[in-house]
Design a protein around this ligand. Sequence first.
Ligand SMILES: Cc1ncc(COP(=O)(O)O)c(C=O)c1O
Length: 403
Amino acid sequence: MMESAISQKLGGVFSASKPFVEFLTQSKWASRMGSADICDFVVGTPHEQAIPEYVEAIRKASVPLRPDWFGYKVNDPQAREIAAEALRQRVGAAFENEDLFLTNGASSALIIALSAILDPGDEVIFLSPPWFFYESMINFTHGNAIQVKVDPQSFDIDVEAVASAITPRTRAIIVNSPNNPTGKIYPPKTLDRLAEVLTTASEKFGKAIYLISDESYNRLVFDERKFSSPTAHYPNSFLIYSYAKALLTPGQRLGYIAISPTMNERAKLRRAVQLTQYNLYAFPDAVHLHALCEIEPLIFDLDRLQRRRDLMAKALLEQGYELQIPEGAWYLLPKTPIPDDVEFAEILAAQDVYVLPGSIIELPGYLRICLTANDEMVQRSLPVFESAIKSFTGKKTVPLATA
Ligand SMILES: Cc1ncc(COP(=O)(O)O)c(C=O)c1O
């Protein structure tokens, strides 16, 4: 018998993200994506024109001024200074330029962080519902992924559950705030309590437990809330950032990993991150780095996103859906009126409204609605959401809105 053409380990390593990847590639949505007829709420990709200043910056940076214009730009000092200065302003901590490593997106930055600190079998805690790829990334970097559920009512971190999940093999926890998919911004009190738990456990087991803070959405904060970086609460932290969220440019790969200035053995970790980055070739494009000075401060119209959140959340609540108002990021997370979220998503899809069934993100009984759809799609979808819920409840009910 012929051996399988693919690695046997793939099934195990990537099994956690398989439902999402299959949805992306094999679902009905996959065959309709890009069609003008559909209302597309599935993933955070743009459905309106890019920020003009972004387009202009990229256009300018695409014209070579020197022979080495498109050459390797690994950790270009000028680009590092621009990104690190913006980070210092935003987070208020004394990151040095050499703490920051620009990468081709937050996902590469996450893999670098995990690769730099994990030995085979080390445990990494991730919070559920998670971003799709955390578990696969932990497995891929030879760690053991340990799932801890957030509080189901508030979506806050269940710090006591985290404490119970820590073992002598725990090496890191991934925290994502503002959160995809819940929209939760973890409050300073929770982060302080988490820091206490991590510090106590690190001391008990005689080795640092790292906090990997995925802050890809840290500029997408609503209602003039304050975002508190988890890295400001705990010394042994990595900060992960993506430019794709504030700019709404996920096809343009740019992000970074920054080592907290309070990190123990910071110099050693800088070298580990650098070595890992080179081995993964996880570098950003030269054009992006030439444009960084102009694109760093840009952000798409957050007020418009907030208006869209408000309009859609209000309409769905009036129609009888239960949902919490997200504090940041760009997702709405209504409960489905029936337990089977896949079936409910199919009912919407039959009328050209596409959302992500919650089961795919470990949240059965919910739908994830991505607010990067445009306003016209939102308007067109509302009667479909209404008729779908009515077909199960028969009449409108107005539940109490939760904060
Ligand atoms: C929470 C979270 N982290 C990381 C990423 C990956 O970001 P990037 O596209 O920069 O790799 C995403 C993208 O959707 C995300 O939602």
